[in-house]
Ligand binder design. Structure first.
Ligand SMILES: Nc1ncnc2c1ncn2[C@@H]1O[C@H](COP(=O)(O)OP(=O)(O)O)[C@@H](O)[C@H]1O
Ligand SMILES: [Mg+2]
Length: 142
């Protein structure tokens, strides 16, 4: 059952930290879908968290031995906010140019296309990359 659908007037917030290993990407996806199971936006949210968690592991200190990343899911009345906290590093999240994207560089393109907005807070010591997903069911009473 989806808390967001069944309580459309409430705002929910769920957070969890994960060890910074590849195997935990699937756990992060499960974490998100466990709360959004029957929402039509669950698949989109799963894809977005998968890309952001992958980036945290691949591009930040979250992917080092003992590293961690965090996932926060806000389910509001009209939108979802998905945020992934990482442990930072020298690079900055950016959408790659088309010529860079043969093998890699597609993740944030996908996030950009699946969200109405996305952005980054923080600095080299740790960043939060977030995205907004509108709820098509917003305003419906169940
Ligand atoms: N959380 C992050 N922290 C720092 N840099 C990031 C982060 N996420 C993405 N980046 C940077 O943005 C680039 C583009 O990310 P992405 O589109 O997912 O492509 P890819 O992960 O395949 O390189 C990455 O190559 C990396 O340099
Ligand atoms: Mg990526």
């Amino acid at each position: 059952m989806s808390p967001a659908l069944n309580s459309p007037k409430e705002i929910h917030r769920w957070c969890r930290n994960f060890p910074g290993t590849k195997a935990q990407i699937r756990e992060a996806r499960r974490f998100v879908t466990s709360y959004l199971g029957d929402l039509p936006e669950a698949d989109t949210a799963e894809l977005v968290v998968s890309e952001l968690a992958t980036n945290a592991i691949r591009h930040t200190r979250s992917g080092r031995a003992g590293g961690r990343f965090g996932v926060t899911l806000h389910a509001g009345t009209t939108l979802l906010i998905l945020a992934v906290d990482d442990e930072g590093g020298p690079s900055i999240p950016y959408v790659c140019q088309a010529e860079d994207t043969d093998q890699s560089g597609r993740g944030l393109h996908l996030v950009d296309s699946l969200t109405t907005r996305w952005g980054v807070h923080g600095d080299e010591g740790g960043r939060t990359v977030w995205g907004l997903i509108p709820l098509a069911s917003a305003g419906q009473t169940v």
